[in-house]
Design a protein around this ligand. Structure first.
Ligand SMILES: CCCCCCCCCCCCCC(=O)SCCNC(=O)CCNC(=O)[C@H](O)C(C)(C)COP(=O)(O)OP(=O)(O)OC[C@H]1O[C@@H](n2cnc3c(N)ncnc32)[C@H](O)[C@@H]1OP(=O)(O)O
Ligand SMILES: Nc1ncnc2c1ncn2[C@@H]1O[C@H](COP(=O)(O)OP(=O)(O)OP(=O)(O)O)[C@@H](O)[C@H]1O
Ligand SMILES: O=C(O)CCC(=O)C(=O)O
Ligand SMILES: [Fe+2]
Ligand SMILES: [Mg+2]
Length: 305
């Protein structure tokens, strides 16, 4: 089939812009992701790494930051060192790490997918540990939309940047190309013998035979992907801590939805339990509030988010 570039109404997942080539736009439309090599500078990544190490050594304390340890070591003795941390989330109050979310090079691409009003909704620095022998370093196949009570789905995008060489040995991202054209699937904890990390839900009826692509990346390479794209990451079979930094963006004119009665009810329940335990608040804080509090405007206008 030949594709006519003169009919932008056929393009649903990208917006008219001068940055993406027609081939790049079509690639994202068809596959649900776009890999841009060498986008973030080595200098910036070294600064993010330095800040992460300061956080792990507890030299700085960041309000709102969630530090997560791998389930395989969660109950072992505490050491203030990066070896104990599998990811940090919600670094919106750390000016150095949050610089990643505002990098003009990243925002130029984000605008191609979600438009000029850009909110940074969720931030993570993932430090995938060497597998402790139970395969808990894996991240099950999932759709990020499962976690998000906002829409429309096509005005949400993730930017994920490799902070070092990321390959099959240390557990690169694995994606199911084209899966973004489907709907949101039911998610649950996979039945893995060695255990699963908290909130690492996977698509319930994952078919291991579905064709998949391993995204091997170098330091600074960045992949942008759609929130319905089914993806995960493999086991880290090296002795190093595989690092990546990411941000989920949504348009400032997205709107919140009530997930009651949908497949997202199970994650809403877990998030609420954690918030209640951590902040000693009651039911008055809703799932949507937890997102509205963390979201930060990085470009344009905050209209309904
Ligand atoms: C507000 C949250 C919103 C999240 C939205 C996600 C959006 C993502 C959107 C994008 C898509 C993203 C897709 C994604 O990324 S999904 C993954 C996202 N994951 C999370 O958001 C989890 C965030 N982590 C936490 O909230 C804390 O670290 C938890 C609550 C896990 C521990 O809390 P804390 O650090 O204070 O520890 P504690 O010492 O007081 O232990 C308490 C209990 O917890 C047990 N434990 C410890 N570690 C783990 C573990 N790894 N796995 C299982 N259990 C664990 C521990 O043994 C103990 O159990 P017990 O002894 O009581 O039985
Ligand atoms: N039973 C399963 N249910 C859900 N997701 C799974 C299952 N088995 C593997 N995965 C996911 O598939 C992806 C790849 O996992 P895996 O660790 O097997 O690496 P791999 O890419 O197959 O590499 P290799 O073939 O070299 O081992 C990960 O996202 C992993 O979590
Ligand atoms: O970095 C990884 O291993 C994948 C993380 C991921 O998909 C997520 O946290 O949503
Ligand atoms: Fe994800
Ligand atoms: Mg495998």
């Amino acid at each position: 089939e030949t594709v006519s570039y003169g009919h932008p109404q056929r393009l649903r997942y990208t917006l008219d812009n001068d940055l993406l080539t027609p081939e790049q736009r079509l690639f994202y439309e068809e596959n649900g992701f776009l890999l841009i090599r060498n986008l973030v500078s080595k200098q910036d990544i070294d600064r993010f790494r330095g800040e992460f190490e300061r956080i792990c050594r507890q030299e700085i304390k960041v309000p709102g930051l969630v530090v997560m340890r791998d389930v395989a070591i969660a109950k072992s003795e505490f050491v203030p060192d990066q070896r104990a941390v599998s990811k940090v989330q919600d670094f919106q109050e750390d000016p150095e790490l949050f610089r990643y979310c505002s990098l003009p090079k990243i925002l130029k691409y984000v605008e191609c997918f979600i438009g000029p009003n850009i909110m940074a909704m969720h931030t993570m620095l993932i430090n995938k540990p060497p597998d402790a022998g139970k395969k808990t370093s894996r991240h099950p196949m999932h759709q990020d939309l499962h976690y998000f009570p906002f829409r429309p789905v096509d005005r949400i995008v993730c930017a994920w940047t490799a902070m070092e060489t990321v390959n099959r040995q240390n557990g690169c991202l694995v994606v199911l190309p084209g899966s973004h054209k489907g709907t949101l699937q039911e998610h649950d904890y996979p039945e893995w013998e060695g255990g699963v990390n908290k909130m690492y839900h996977g698509v319930r009826d994952y078919d291991p035979e579905h064709p998949r692509v391993h995204l091997e990346m170098e330091k600074g390479d960045t992949v942008f992907f759609h929130p319905l794209l089914i993806h995960g990451s493999g086991m880290n079979q090296t002795q190093g801590f595989r690092k990546a930094i990411s941000c989920h963006y949504a348009s400032g004119d997205c709107y919140y939805i009530d997930v009651k009665g949908t497949t997202q009810e199970n994650i809403e329940k877990e998030v609420k339990e954690i918030i209640v335990r951590r902040h000693a608040v009651g039911d008055e804080l809703t799932f949507k509030d937890t997102w509205a509090i963390r979201g930060r405007l990085v470009q344009g206008e905050r209209i309904s988010m």
